[in-house]
Structures are given as structure tokens and as C-alpha cells.
Design a protein. Structure first.
Length: 112
């Protein structure tokens, strides 16, 4: 499966194998580890959509129930868990619901 390296201005949803490829191709990537039944995760969707549209960061979501090994690898033990990657490396983790501004501040702290 080919992975698109260009910014799509939308939130992507990826599986285990795709994550490393996207991280290698992206400078700054915000990943939300979520579950379908998590109410807070559902409330985060519009925030993530907005961030994907108007920031330079790549925004991805990963369902921890489908991709448990990836969630464990990055310490996502609760949902939602946000992990910020810069140049393919995890640099910051936030647990629980976040405001749009807190995520914007996080992205600004690590953007070029």
C-alpha cells in the first residue's frame, strides 16, 4: 500500500505498518490513540479536523483496539492519548481530552 507523503489537510487513520512510513515522511506529526466508544475521543474529532486543515502538522488517529501493539509501543494506556512526533521521534505525550489551544501550543513549540 503506497503512503502519501504530501499534506492532505485532513485527519488520517493508520494501522501499525503505515505509522513508521508516515513518520519518516513528515516533519511534525500529532497522533491521537483512541477507541470508538470513548466519548472524549469523539469530542476531539472536530478539533483534530481543524488542526489538520490549518497547521503544517500531519494529524493521524490510531484505534488502540485494532492496533494494540502500536499503542503499547508508544505508551498509550488510556484514551485519548496524544503523541507528538518530530522527525519520526516521539517528543511529547498528553493524556486525556485537550483543548484546541493546548494542542496548537504543543505544535507551535515543536514546529520549525
Amino acid at each position: 500500500m503506497a503512503t502519501q507523503a504530501t499534506k492532505t489537510n485532513s485527519v488520517g487513520s493508520l494501522g501499525d505498518g503505515d505509522l513508521k512510513t508516515v513518520l519518516e515522511d513528515s516533519g511534525t506529526t500529532l497522533v491521537e490513540f483512541y477507541t470508538e466508544w470513548c466519548g472524549t475521543c469523539q469530542r476531539m474529532k472536530p478539533v483534530l479536523d481543524t488542526l489538520a486543515e490549518d497547521t503544517d502538522a500531519t494529524v493521524l488517529t490510531i484505534d488502540i483496539e485494532s492496533h494494540l501493539e502500536t499503542a503499547i509501543e508508544f505508551g498509550a494506556q488510556s484514551t485519548p492519548t496524544f503523541v507528538l512526533f518530530v522527525d519520526g521521534q516521539p517528543v511529547k505525550q498528553l493524556r486525556g481530552g485537550q483543548t484546541e489551544q493546548s494542542l496548537r501550543d504543543l505544535l507551535a513549540q515543536f514546529s520549525d
